[in-house]
Write a protein that binds this ligand. Sequence first.
Ligand SMILES: *Cc1c(COP(=O)(O)O)cnc(C)c1O
Length: 222
Amino acid sequence: MSIAENLKAVKASLPEGVGLVAVSKYHPVEVVMEAYRAGQRVFGESHEQELRLKHDEMPKDIEWHFIGHLQTNKVKYIVPYITMIEAVDSMRLLREIEKQAAKCGRTVRVLLELHIAEEATKYGLSPDDCRALLKDGEWRGMEHVRICGLMMMATNTDDEAQVAREFQTASDFFDEVKRDYFADDDDFCQRSWGMSDDYPIAVRHGSTMVRVGTMIFGRREY
Ligand SMILES: *Cc1c(COP(=O)(O)O)cnc(C)c1O
């Protein structure tokens, strides 16, 4: 199938209200442009240099989401144009985004990355760390950062029940945080979970935004 057909199939499988971030990392501009020409406007990248190259070469009505681990020294390069930074997992990173966004006179939308999966990955806030970050309240004074929700990745396993449990835990945690800190904030509404292998499960457990790469562009060559 062509990229346009893949894209159409993924979109057709998403319920109304669930957004699609087409994850274009490692795919060259001419390939990603096929998805653009098929109407896709939201793309996800996880490396600053690769994103910069694509941003420079591709049409300016694209909304770029940074979905990878972002080093604080790279923040200044993406803040001038990024639509959303999805994987904020420390106060230090949040402060740097605030500082750089203030310099450009922008407000940058971010998601807090939650670590729930049983896998020992390095990134993401545990629910307790996330509660502590929000309770501390420093973020409330950040005028150039808008916290719009949570992002998470489930364990990479064939055990669908486990994956479903993890998404549900994230969804319940979202409800808690929404109630405790963002009850009056309509911007806090995104639950970014679900990738090629597990997005149908994610959608059944509260996802509002799936990040799909392989199912659209095929396998990545690293
Ligand atoms: C690469 C990546 C994806 C897309 O994964 P696929 O399995 O290709 O759909 C989604 N989210 C994050 C954070 C990624 O790094």
